[in-house]
Design a protein around this ligand. Structure first.
Ligand SMILES: Nc1ncnc2c1ncn2[C@@H]1O[C@H](COP(=O)(O)OP(=O)(O)OP(=O)(O)O)[C@@H](O)[C@H]1O
Length: 292
């Protein structure tokens, strides 16, 4: 089958991936996906759609029965050297931080990746401090990981990957279990990470979060990518989303309804954040205050 994109393009590319777990039907069914540097991609899908399997396969944790993963122009070979090259460039933050953390203290856990990459102790320390500061957990550096809250352990797991400075950061349900300010902090952090040139891929069920944050969305259903594009176009296909067990985002629905009534400019891209929507209402009505 011809892939929908050039596998040799710079970035992380999935080409015709097929994964079947022992004794069950396919979790990935000929999946093509292109992840370019510095992009913010959300992968959406109902429970069991195949999101975690895709991330695991992209990070080299699962070998597909067919198809391949390409990294910056070269096909990933599933041997020691090929997987080491992939893991230096692609970091996967698992859904459950307890599957990831193992060292006695936070600082030891975060520095494990840099040390394991062969960096010297001073560089590993510097990267650890930087990652702890970015995740706002410097104060936890000396604490045992098993004595932290779930949200704190999640931040430590993300810091551990960030300290390795991968080119592609994949996060499986990163906001699950975080409080609202933790979600805001994390998404702001991921904005900064993408602005620094890293590609950030987030698998989530949270439509509203994906709609406001991502610059591209791939929607998964039954192991296949059902649609892939900019958020404001993907979310206009309400029938498809409902068929896949997903609910269109509230802000997107509101923006579409206002555009259909001419209350915001229907020729412009749909606003994706509340501030943008209020701005669009203000400029359309020509008043400083949107209609109350
Ligand atoms: N280790 C495994 N062994 C057998 N089947 C599995 C295994 N892991 C996942 N599956 C199955 O593969 C399919 C895809 O699962 P996956 O975890 O990739 O979906 P998901 O979209 O991440 O789901 P969720 O949103 O619930 O995390 C599901 O039908 C699931 O039951």
């Amino acid at each position: 089958m011809t892939p929908t994109h050039d596998p040799a393009a710079i970035g992380l590319n999935a080409v015709g991936l097929e994964v079947t777990y022992p004794g069950r039907t396919r979790a990935l069914d000929r999946v093509d996906l292109a992840i370019a540097p510095a992009r913010k991609l959300a992968i959406l899908g109902a429970n069991g759609a195949g999101k975690s399997t895709l991330l695991l396969t992209l990070a080299g944790g699962l070998k597909p029965q067919a198809g391949s993963v390409w990294l910056d122009g070269a096909e990933v070979v599933h041997n020691r050297q090929g997987l080491a090259r992939l893991r230096r460039r692609v970091g996967l933050v698992l859904q459950d931080p307890d599957d990831q953390l193992f060292a006695a203290t936070v600082a030891e856990d975060v520095s494990f990746g840099p040390l394991n990459m062969g960096l010297d102790a001073a560089e590993a320390r510097a990267r650890t401090s930087e990652a702890l500061a970015a995740l706002n957990i410097t104060a936890l550096a000396g604490r045992p990981t098993h004595m932290l809250s779930f949200g704190q352990r999640k931040r430590v797991a993300i810091a551990g990957l960030m300290a390795m400075r991968p080119g592609f950061l994949l996060l499986d349900e990163p906001t699950a279990g975080l409080d609202p300010s933790g979600v805001d902090d994390l998404m702001r952090l991921l904005d900064g990470v993408a602005a620094s040139g890293m590609a950030v891929v987030v698998a989530t069920h949270d439509m509203d979060l994906a709609y406001g944050w991502a610059d591209r969305i791939a929607v998964f259903g039954d192991g296949r990518i059902a649609c892939d594009g900019p958020p404001d176009t993907v979310f206009q296909d309400h029938d498809l989303l409902r068929r896949l067990g997903l609910r269109p985002p509230m802000l997107g629905r509101l923006a579409m309804a206002l555009a259909a009534r001419g209350m915001i400019d229907p020729t412009r891209p749909l606003p994706r954040r509340l501030d943008d929507l209020l701005g669009a209402l203000t400029s359309q009505t020509g008043t400083d205050q949107p209609p109350g």
